[in-house]
Write a new protein. Structure first.
Length: 466
């Protein structure tokens, strides 16, 4: 049986401007030296912090397709439109109160698509709450408890000082059995095997199971150092390989929510990277296989302005080693928009420093959104001119160019013909589509058939319609 990743969330069918982080520093740690020290208990720490960890219940309405849809016998008697059922579904996860006013952080996949969300505290109190900010790329969400009470809150620690071997506690609601505390150590850092755009996780052997998603990974000071997110499992239970989103990313995301941002914007640098392979490391004389190899630099982008060039390797950011491209993305995101960071870059065996100013992706050309109508294959599609900003919003490569499908009207001709969001329209009837105005002009024609070329996930697709 192959091992696979599971998000630690239990499905159930219905029935602030923050102060800058302190510089990275070594902390005094000691190994237990006596039997008395081995008998020390985490109980006081749990009593102090458990009240800040909540259960998150998310309810959603789901349309269930009739099992008889498409059956010619039943359609003969009941017509083509078979009735669909609406079913209420719920999921159970965990969350952490991080501000006394009832601000809660959790995973986006715990509450995604929910129509109704409530939290339950460890003392049994339940409250409705609303979503303040969520983002599926970093799998984080900020909720606000709908009450004027003052709540216990867990302080956010500096995850950059976490080291492999540190003792940690995981608090959550595994399998919906109730609040549970497990202990372990930090097993590894900068893990990027989890299928998530964060690409930088704390790995722990503290038992994490379905229902722990969004719960706290805490150090022995009672600080939040990570948000439990996924497990690596062969059978669905804990195998001692759990992953948590580092607290420093949670901190930046929370700051965006406190500012009232409607979306979480990550820095745009205008460059592409690949992992350093053993062959590249040998060619460059690196003693360790690590770093982010620059493969492409966008002309006029922040990376180009900073002096970054293809073939160079980014080894560190602000003096912190960069293990792989995902780690670089994480470091840039947690540095924050507007910051100027120092990149340690290797070129021809010599290191130098490049200063990079972090900004949001620009809208280099007007998006000129248009809803296509009429008798053509794209009727019901909303399209826009691609720019780094539009591409970032659609979770596409910021190097993408052309005209993109942003969204589709349900049951529209474009949807029935199989077009999808993020499709790039390359040409129609031999005409290159360079802007939404060009597309709108072309679809006004009435040819006998339509010859369409699109790009989807890097692949060119040609289609013919009558």
């Amino acid at each position: 049986m192959h091992a696979f990743l599971r998000r630690a969330v239990v499905p159930m069918v219905a029935v602030l401007v923050l102060s800058p982080l302190p510089a990275r520093a070594e902390t005094a740690k000691a190994v237990p030296q006596s039997q008395m020290e081995m008998q020390l208990s985490f109980a006081p720490l749990v009593k102090q912090t458990a009240g800040a960890v909540v259960n998150v219940y998310a309810e959603r309405q789901v349309q269930k397709r009739s099992p008889f849809a498409g059956d010619p016998f039943f359609e003969q008697f009941f017509g083509q439109q078979m009735p669909n059922r609406t079913e209420k579904q719920a999921s159970l996860g965990s969350g952490v109160i991080v501000e006394a006013n009832g601000t809660v952080v959790t995973n986006n996949h715990v509450i995604d698509g929910a129509d109704n969300i409530k939290v339950a505290l460890s003392d049994g109190r339940e409250y409705p709450c609303k979503v303040v900010l969520k983002d599926d790329r970093v799998d984080l969400a900020v909720l606000k408890i709908d009450a004027k009470d003052t709540f216990e809150a867990l302080p956010i620690g500096n995850s950059d000082v976490v080291e492999v071997g540190d003792l940690v506690l995981a608090i959550g609601n595994p399998f919906g059995v109730g609040q549970t505390v497990t202990s372990g150590i930090v097993s590894a850092l900068a893990r990027n095997q989890v299928k998530n755009e964060v690409g930088f996780f704390i790995q722990t052997d503290a038992a994490i199971n379905p229902g722990n998603s969004g719960g706290a990974l805490m150090n022995t000071k009672g600080e939040l150092i990570g948000l439990n997110t996924a497990i690596f499992s062969q059978g669905g239970g804990s195998n001692g390989v759990g992953f948590a989103i580092p607290a420093n990313l949670v901190r930046v995301f929370l700051a965006a929510a406190d500012r009232g941002d409607k979306s979480f914007v990550r820095p745009y640098i205008g460059a592409s990277f690949e992992p350093v392979t053993s062959e590249v490391a040998d060619a460059l004389g690196l003693k360790r296989v690590r770093g982010a190899l620059v493969t492409r630099v966008t002309e006029g982008g922040p990376a180009a302005v900073a002096g970054l060039k293809p073939g160079e390797v980014v080894m560190a950011l602000n003096g912190i080693p960069v293990e792989h491209p995902d780690a670089l993305g994480y470091r840039l995101t947690t540095a924050g928009l507007g910051a100027t960071v120092s990149l340690t870059v290797l070129n021809n065996g010599k290191e130098h420093e490049d200063k990079l100013t972090l900004a949001s992706a620009p809208e280099t050309q007007p998006r000129e959104e248009k809803l296509i109508s009429g008798n053509n294959p794209f009727a019901g599609a909303t399209v826009a001119n691609l720019s780094p900003r539009v591409a970032d919003e659609l979770h596409m490569s910021t190097d993408a160019t052309g005209v993109v499908v942003e969204r589709l009207k349900p049951e529209s001709p474009a949807e029935h013909l199989g077009f999808a969001a993020k499709d790039i329209i390359v040409s129609v009837n031999g005409v290159e589509i360079t802007s939404t105005n060009t597309l709108q002009s072309v679809v006004k024609e009435t040819p006998e058939f339509w010859r369409v070329e699109i790009e989807r996930d890097g692949q060119r697709i040609r289609q013919f319609f009558r």
